[in-house]
Design a protein around this ligand. Structure first.
Ligand SMILES: *[C@@H]1O[C@H](CO)[C@@H](O)[C@H](O)[C@H]1NC(C)=O
Ligand SMILES: *[C@@H]1O[C@H](CO)[C@@H](O)[C@H](O)[C@H]1NC(C)=O
Length: 816
């Protein structure tokens, strides 16, 4: 079109050189006028009349060009014949004009007509494509330029493309850059970085506007896809995670899960979890892919109650975030209480007051709360108590009296248990020794002792051993024995016995004579070695046992050296006539004093017999005249001891009616005539002497009794041995050798029967006793039998009963 236009103009110029130019006219019309619109009144403008046009057959000459304008000759006007589009006529060429000639004939002339076509805004700017797609990474830097397609507006001048606008213009600026050829180049410049996470797809409208009136515009859509870049770090969902795990939980126990998110997409959004290698990292394990935190070791509440783990979350681009996991360790009752003995006594004295502290303990339980609350108890049956002084401190105290003698050692078991469920406990045993205090006196094995010793012992013989025990210990229990001062019959007891201090053996100091002392008692003291010492005493009664050390003594008939005493038997005496009675005593006792009488020798054995038990000499047959006047009998008196002892006595018997007969008949018997003559005198004298002696004896007996009574009071009413009473010895004070002493005696023999068969012999009343001057009296003892005499009320039967067992025969002499 443009080429064509140029060509046409050149043609038009060349034509001008051939024809006579009479004038020219120019018009200016806008394009796109409707057909028939008036362009101009050419007749008038050229000063030609319509007739001339008619006559000259005026016509438009456009050469080969298209005729857009026609000539109306009748009216002399130029009208629009066809639509004129300036853009197709001239394109961008300015100015755009139609040049043609109007040719007249008659005369031939031509006029040049120029019609300038002015532009009207009939074309909007337009883009070649309706949309443009871009993929831009969000990491694109600001200032990045993206060339846009430019719009084309066919209009020219002011109606041409004027400007561009981009909407929305958040991220991009629009920039137009003029080029050398006058065209404009359009770019978008990244003003603000893109964010895929925020806006992945963007749609922009680029609008191009022209400058016409009214303004026209064209648009193009720019679709931007924002490509992801790893521009977002992973972010923990919570800055801090709290979790708990019980101690001793097995490895692999799930604790918690840490989550983080990454806004980036795909690979850029993949989060890796990691616990930073600090502190207790080895105890925990984190799954790098899903953030699961599990236990990887053994957690112990007592070592650490809380773990703070730093967790790092990162994406492949090494962008990262950190958060924290706080793991509380929950206590379980896994520790028994531990008992520490802070101090303890190994030994306490048995006299300690209740409440004495014997041990101090410190109890530790590292568990918490009830798992760590500890209670302590002691084993049963110990006299101790446990007390809590302050938390975790306990004291063990005595809570009752101690007695080493009952229990010398205690094993005190302290058991401490916590209040966890189940409860754990531990225990410790304290061994406590109780030390001795001298709180026990020695105690004899018996309340009293009786010991027996046979008389005639050797001095120094050990009689007996006393033994006392002391419940205390060691020195406090070392018993020594000693004799307590007392006297026996006025003699210090120490001259009778001695006690071995260590062994308690009692020794006789002297030889004892049963006939002098039958028993005695004393006290032995046992004393321990404590400080102060304690002691006790015991009564020891020593009973002396008889030995057959005395032969029987014949009291009657009295044996004289030279004189002859004869018993008279009348020749008419019957069978069983009691001739006389041999009286003997034995100072021993019991069997040793049990006497029996036997006929040893006799002139006529067939005439007499001797009572085995009573010593009575009786006739066995009728005495006859044929029998010898003088009969001589020898009687043996034997005791029953082992071995037995005996005495013999000679009894003279005269078979006669009267004493003178005897004298005359028996020359043997008549030895001392003078003696017989003075018999009466001596009898009177003897009676006086005997009376005197009797009174003296009475006085002595009474004194002795008083003394003994007082003595018994003094000696704690104890059964001290009775001081035997020895009657004074009878001696021949007159020196005559004759003791005209009449005994009225009785012999009482207890036998099996309850009643006492006392036979009273009155020999002396009939018979004459003639004593040899050398003979001594009989020592008579009144001793145990005295109780019978003293206490006539006492039940005789009982005494008989006891004596019978020994078969003791009692001989009681009563001075007549
Ligand atoms: C105390 O324990 C010890 C050692 O176990 C033991 O030999 C002793 O007999 C016990 N004592 C008592 C009084 O139980
Ligand atoms: C002997 O023991 C008794 C108690 O058994 C006591 O009363 C007495 O005083 C003691 N005698 C001496 C001399 O210690």
């Amino acid at each position: 079109m443009r080429k064509w236009c140029i060509f046409h103009m050149l043609l038009f110029i060349s034509m001008l050189s051939f024809a006579a130019v009479h004038g020219q006219v120019s018009y200016s019309i806008p394009e796109e006028m409707t057909k028939g619109s008036l362009v101009g009144n050419i007749a008038q403008d050229l000063g030609l009349s319509v007739e001339r046009l008619k006559s000259g057959k005026a016509r438009i000459y456009t050469g080969n060009s298209e005729e857009y304008i026609e000539l109306k000759r009748e009216r002399g006007m130029l009208l629009i014949k066809d639509r004129i589009d300036r853009e197709s006529l001239c394109g961008q060429t300015m100015p755009c004009a139609l040049h043609f000639q109007m040719i007249l004939e008659n005369p031939m002339e031509f006029y040049t007509v120029t019609v300038e076509i002015t532009d009207i805004n009939d074309n909007p700017p337009a883009f070649e494509r309706g949309e443009l797609k871009y993929e831009i990474s969000e990491s694109a830097l600001t200032g990045a330029r993206f060339v846009l397609e430019k719009a084309i507006d066919d209009d020219v001048g002011v109606n041409g493309l004027s400007s561009y606008a981009l909407k929305p213009s958040d991220n991009f600026d629009l920039k137009t850059i003029g080029r050398g050829d006058g065209t404009k180049h359009v770019e978008m410049v990244l003003r603000k970085p893109l964010d895929r996470e925020n806006n992945e797809y963007m749609s922009l409208i680029l609008t191009a506007v022209d400058g016409g009136e009214p303004q026209l515009s064209g648009t193009m859509q720019i679709i931007i896809t924002v490509l992801d870049a790893n521009d977002n770090p992973p972010v923990c969902l919570k800055p801090e995670y709290k979790a708990s795990v019980t101690e001793n939980a097995p490895i692999g126990t799930m604790i918690t899960t840490v989550s983080a998110s990454d806004k980036d997409k795909g690979h850029n959004g993949k989060v890796t979890y990691m616990i930073s290698k600090s502190g207790a990292a080895g105890l925990f394990k984190m799954d790098p892919n899903n953030g699961e935190l599990t236990l990887n070791g053994n957690v112990d509440y007592e070592k650490r109650t809380l773990y703070e783990l730093d967790v790092q979350v990162s994406d492949p681009g090494r962008l990262s975030d950190a958060c924290k996991v706080i793991v509380d360790v929950i206590d379980t009752n896994d520790n028994p209480p531990s008992i520490n003995v802070m101090s303890k006594s190994h030994t306490v004295s048995e006299n300690m007051k209740p409440g004495t502290v014997v041990a101090m303990l410190n109890i530790q339980d590292p568990d918490s709360n009830n798992n760590g609350k500890v209670m302590c108890i002691l084993n049963e049956n110990v006299p101790f108590a446990i007390k809590s002084t302050t938390t975790n401190f306990f004291t063990v105290v005595t809570d009752s009296e101690l007695d080493r003698e009952r229990e010398s050692e205690y094993n005190i078991t302290v058991t401490c248990s916590d209040e966890g469920v189940p409860s754990l406990s531990s225990s410790v045993t304290l061994t406590l020794h109780i030390s001795d205090v001298n709180d026990n006196a020695p105690v004899f094995e018996k309340r009293s002792y009786e010991a027996y010793i046979v008389e005639n012992n050797t001095p120094g013989l050990s009689i007996f051993t006393v033994k006392a025990r002391d419940a205390d210990w060691n020195q406090n229990a070392r018993v020594s024995y000693m004799l307590e001062d007392s006297s026996v019959n006025g003699v210090p007891v120490s001259s009778y016995v001695s006690v071995s201090a260590d062994s308690g053996v009692i020794h006789a100091v002297r030889s004892f004579d049963y006939e002098q002392i039958k028993d005695f008692q004393f006290r032995v003291k046992a004393q321990d070695g404590g400080s102060p010492p304690l002691s006790s005493n015991v009564t020891v009664k020593v009973l002396i046992q008889d030995q057959n050390d005395n032969p029987p003594q014949v009291l009657y008939p009295v044996q004289t050296g030279g004189s002859v005493v004869a018993e008279m038997v009348p020749p008419s005496a019957d069978v069983g006539y009691l001739v006389t009675k041999v009286v003997a005593v034995d100072v021993d006792s019991g069997q040793n004093a049990w006497l029996s009488y036997k006929l040893h020798k006799a002139t006529d054995r067939a005439l007499f017999k001797v009572g085995l038990q009573n010593g009575e000499i009786r006739t066995v047959r009728q005495v006859s005249d044929k029998d010898a006047v003088k009969q001589r009998l020898t009687v043996i008196v034997e005791d029953n001891g082992q071995p037995s002892r005996s005495a013999t006595v000679v009894v003279n018997v005269a078979v006669a009616d009267s004493f003178p007969e005897v004298l005359s008949g028996l020359t043997d018997f008549a030895q001392d005539k003078e003696y017989n003559d003075n018999l009466t005198f001596y009898l009177v004298l003897a009676l006086a002497v005997v009376s005197f002696l009797f009174i003296t004896c009475l006085v002595v007996i009474i004194s002795v009794k008083i003394y003994r009574w007082r003595q018994s009071r003094v000696l704690y009413h104890s059964n001290l041995p009775v001081i035997p009473y020895y009657p004074p010895r009878y001696s021949d004070t007159l020196g005559t050798g004759t003791l005209p002493h009449v005994y009225n005696y009785e012999v009482c023999r207890t036998t099996d029967s309850r009643k006492s068969d006392c036979t009273f012999g009155r020999a002396a009343s009939q018979n004459v006793l003639i004593m040899d001057p050398s003979s001594t009296g009989t020592m008579q003892r009144i001793q145990s039998e005295k109780s019978i005499l003293d206490e006539p009320d006492s039940p005789l039967e009982v005494r008989q009963g006891t004596r019978e067992n020994y078969g003791v025969r009692q001989v009681v002499f009563r001075l007549a």
